[in-house]
Design a protein around this ligand. Structure first.
Ligand code: LMR
Length: 331
């Protein structure tokens, strides 16, 4: 009798220890990205980690992997779907296999400025795109800004004809591919981690990036000219694995979403400043001339790239493009 009780007690004890360990072992959230930490996305990921761990105590542990150190382009989406990472924030150019509508963000000269981007992302059409991949097990949680892209090369690009015949690195986006073809240049899809070397060795001659990416990857060291073209957008969608997200305890999920909303406000507020700081640092480095376009020159770039819109209107949806344009007018 005594023996049985002791055994039962030991068993109950070990079960409760196991239960305790289970209750205490934190949910691990791996956040993988491809840029440096001194960029809008890099800073956002770190702020998310800090707030999640502060506010959720032992319930959550966030591991941030910058600079393609865990997964690079081409692999990170697959890793998210396999559950090897729980959060990623690819640029909006990298979703074409999952949601054609998201290609709208790559259309050249679509948004007049970042306020218009903000209005579109917060509006009905933008919010719908966040939810457009749930049938593929991908949930969009937020849009994060980086900013507008600038063209760079080793020769001055003042007019579209200057880009003719040059090889430009592009992200994995058919829209961007067509954008450079419209200039009679040669686009080459390449992962972000390979861009510096590609430019250095001449595999490509030019690229398009916001200042924060140019500076943090030292691309200015291998590009003599940057044309301040503001011709397109490089923003992000923070995404998670739908099954993982829906399987979180409701209190944890709600708190994480609230934290992400807070981080989003901060990232989007600071992105412009980070890009301006990067621009000043490039000027200070003295490696690269920054070319300002006249209104006339800019109009020529716009005209040269404009045919891309029509090409993708069918895939994106005319209504989505209209909603984006309407965001320029709305104040
Ligand atoms: C790129 O590949 O140029 C960008 O998507 C990198 C990034 O995440 O900003």
């Amino acid at each position: 009798m005594f023996k049985l009780t002791a055994k039962a007690l030991a068993c109950a004890l070990s079960l409760s220890i196991a239960g305790l360990a289970q209750a205490q072992s934190p949910i691990v959230i791996k956040f993988s990205h491809v840029v440096a930490e001194n960029t809008p996305k890099g800073q956002g990921a770190l702020m998310f980690k800090r707030l999640a761990e502060e506010r959720l105590g032992n319930k959550v542990r966030v591991e941030v992997y910058p600079n393609s150190s865990l997964f690079g382009d081409g692999k990170e989406m697959e890793a998210l779907l396999l559950g090897d990472v729980q959060l990623i924030a690819p640029s909006l150019a990298k979703f074409e296999h999952y949601s054609k509508g998201i290609q709208v963000f790559d259309l050249p000269f679509l948004f007049d400025n970042m306020d218009a981007v903000d209005r579109f992302q917060k509006g009905e059409a933008g919010q719908k795109l966040l939810r457009s991949m749930e049938d593929k097990n991908i949930t969009g949680l937020a849009y994060w800004h980086n900013g507008l892209k600038q063209l760079s090369a080793n020769k001055p690009l003042r007019e579209p004809k200057d880009a003719r015949g040059l090889k430009f690195r592009v992200q994995a986006s058919n829209v961007l591919d067509e954008q450079f073809k419209a200039l009679r240049a040669n686009p080459r899809k390449m992962s972000f981690a390979e861009v510096y070397q590609g430019l250095q060795t001449g595999v490509v001659n030019g690229a398009e990036n916001p200042y924060s990416n140019i500076y943090s990857q030292k691309m200015h060291e291998v590009q003599k000219y940057i044309t301040e073209s503001d011709h397109g957008l490089l923003d992000y969608m923070v995404i998670t694995n739908t099954q993982f997200w829906n399987g979180l305890p409701a209190d944890v999920r709600n708190e994480l979403q609230a934290i992400l909303d807070e981080v989003t406000v901060e990232v989007n507020k600071q992105a412009d400043d980070l890009n301006e700081e990067a621009k000043q640092a490039i000027l200070k480095a003295g490696t690269t001339e920054i070319i300002t376009l006249t209104a006339e020159q800019r109009a020529k770039w716009r005209e040269a790239m404009q045919p891309v819109w029509k090409k993708f209107e069918g895939e994106i949806g005319a209504d989505v493009i209209e909603a984006a344009q309407a965001a320029n007018a709305a104040q």
